[in-house]
Design a protein around this ligand. Structure first.
Ligand code: ZN
Length: 170
């Protein structure tokens, strides 16, 4: 199971980049910028993209269907997005919520952003929103973070289900 989770190349990059940026502040590479350049595919983990926004699997999901919504631009703060980028970001966020509803039919969802290191962002230099389906009986979002959990489905399966829903919507 762990092998499956960590097999794809970009996930390995994610690990090394996250570690590198934690060790060297103001690091040279940004894994989210690299991912922004990847095409929509199961291998890249990218599910959807527009000119200014893209959607990717979270390499370390807290549960099934945990996705990230990101601006293509390397910006850390909401206020650094242009008006067009800002609107597209939230339109995409809404699209993801609808797609996850269609793919999983969860009882609820967490939608949120951790801004800055103190806000809990793993990669604070590149803005990203989390969307996570939730079910009655789940523990709350904060206590879920940091726990090791057995995943109910593979990332590949998540990609296929959600990608179909994203494509399906006008
Ligand atoms: Zn970046």
């Amino acid at each position: 199971m762990p092998l499956e989770r960590f097999s794809a190349a970009w996930r390995e990059q994610y690990v090394s980049s996250a570690t590198a940026s934690a060790n060297a502040s103001g690091g040279d590479r940004c894994v989210f910028c690299e991912l922004a350049g990847a095409g929509v595919s199961e291998d890249s983990g990218v599910l959807w993209r527009t000119d200014t926004t893209y959607v990717a699997l979270n390499a370390f999901p807290y549960g099934s269907g945990h996705l990230l919504v990101l601006p293509v631009s390397h910006v850390a703060r909401l206020e650094d997005l242009s008006e067009v980028e800002y609107q597209d970001f939230f339109l995409t966020l809404r699209r993801v919520v609808v797609a996850l509803q269609g793919a999983y039919g969860p009882d609820g969802m967490n939608v949120g952003m951790n801004l800055g290191q103190a806000g809990g962002a793993g990669i604070p230099m590149h803005l990203h929103g989390h969307v996570l389906p939730r079910w009655n009986g789940d523990t709350n979002f904060m206590t879920t973070i940091g726990e090791t959990r057995v995943l109910p489905e593979s990332l590949q399966s998540t990609w296929q289900k959600v990608h179909a829903q994203l494509e399906h919507r006008p």
